[in-house]
Design a protein around this ligand. Sequence first.
Ligand SMILES: Cc1ncc(C[n+]2csc(CCOP(=O)(O)OP(=O)(O)O)c2C)c(N)n1
Ligand SMILES: [Mg+2]
Length: 578
Amino acid sequence: MKRTGAWLTVYALEQIGARFTFGIPGVHTTELYDALNSSNRITQVLVTHEGGASFMADAVSRLSDSIGVLTVVPAAGLTHAASGIGEAFLDGVPMLVISGGPRTDTPHRYQLHQMDTHKFMSGLTKATFRVTSHEQVVPTLFNAYSIATSGEPGPVFVELPVNILMMTDDVAELPQFQPPKPPAVEARAEIARAVELLLAAKRPSIFAGWGARDATAELVRLAEWLDAPVATTLQGLSVFPGNHPLHTGFGFGASAVPAAQNAFKECDCMVAIGTRFAEIATGSYGADVPENLIHIDINPAVFNANYPAKVVIAGDAGAVLRQLLKELEAKGPRPAQRALREQIKKDKAAYREGWYRSDASGLVNPVRFFDELRRRMPDDGIIAIDDGNHTFLTAELMPIHAPKSVILPTDFNCMGYAVPAAIGAKLAFPRRSVQAIVGDGAFMMTCMEIVTAASNGLGVIYYVFNDGELAQIGQAQSIPYARKPCTSVGKLNIEGVALATGAAYVPMNDNSEIAGAIANAREIASTGRPVIVAVRIDYSKRTAFTLGTVKTNFARFPLSEKLRFLARAAVRHVTAPR
Ligand SMILES: Cc1ncc(C[n+]2csc(CCOP(=O)(O)OP(=O)(O)O)c2C)c(N)n1
Ligand SMILES: [Mg+2]
């Protein structure tokens, strides 16, 4: 049969269950966009900037069972999309990056958008492919999908030259996609050893990351059987319910909230699952782990990278946990250590108390904002967070109840994520409540993408933490440097952004306006219109994360550098106080 490459691409995307493609068309991809337009299974979404497309595709992949797909022009579309592709790469998120490509059937050089895209994309993806015949289109896309979704997931790039997309050629057959079977866990001896360590442990603990996103039920069972405190990574905020009495918070070392620090202090055996012990998750490696560390991850490369493990188990989190639980539960129930739960509850309440006390500023107190948001947001509501001080406020003050309900840029740590990611989330789950928590600096990077929310009738709520600063960095500058170059942002008229994009505008100036503003925003969003809430937030109190990481990093400086920093800070605070 004779088919265009574009038709074959749509066939392959339908086979792998893609529901959305994101991008902006160009001369290389008009045939593909036209073929996609005829699909009744795939919705193509036009964005304002390909960076938005890649963050939307990321959100679809993180939250749903369907892979996020980009359809962009070569070179310029790919470079614009690079931020979201890089975020997906470092955060272990599957993505299919499809671009058109210059013609391969002419000898012409200096074609439009012609550059070595594979060299560029190879540092951002698990694999790159250039399709050179019609026969290859479907098998290449199936292969790309399998690579993107297996092991530690990530983006894969496929270039489809324009002559293949546009012209017809013979293909002998159309294969059906057969999803690969998940590899069996082969770790009988390691699991037996882990069981031994856990049975002997007096104070076991659990540290869970995004790799455990599909294993929340098993994690809860394990925590309850062990009566162990559970801390999550930042990316894994939603892998364990924040309202469970054994949940302690994000992180467990010097940068964690007191509930986690106390519960983990004397722990003698830790199950770490689906985490790489990366810099943010460990508060700059300021978290100490016990000698008896059991590390479970699908990617064996993460074992012993930062913290030595006694037992390593390579495999899917859910599959390993089910085997582990079978062995443990056969031993009968473990006696509960009731004091642990009470201590966690007390520590959590005391931490919030500290925030309630900082009410004086006349601005919006973060803890009161999150109290009200928690009250109004359904359990399965989705939060997209950006990167900044607001990230850690959300992590410390907003209890998350449902699995796969929080998405944020973590290890690539790219500002500008939340506005488009929330759009991807709402497209994937139109009936769930979707909100973004975004700093004003990050908001400026991608706020024009709200046009895409408005034109698709997506009632996303954007809470813009409007402090006039790139606070996370400004806070790190203020004490050591006693000045803050380039962290005071230009004044943005947020109401003007709402007017320009078709969103509604809701101001929230102080604590008395929190409840009304949230109710109003939810009401408007339910009509399918995006809403921007400008929150005059009080950033005067530091998060446990910021205080802890500053301390951890400073403690590691050599003595001479410590003295240089201290002396400079002292002189500047005296001679040029801010
Ligand atoms: C693309 C990108 N540029 C710069 C940074 C460095 N950075 C991390 S947090 C931050 C401040 C963010 O400011 P804002 O969005 O206003 O959030 P706030 O910290 O004020 O809550 C900056 C500049 C980054 N992570 N990503
Ligand atoms: Mg800010």
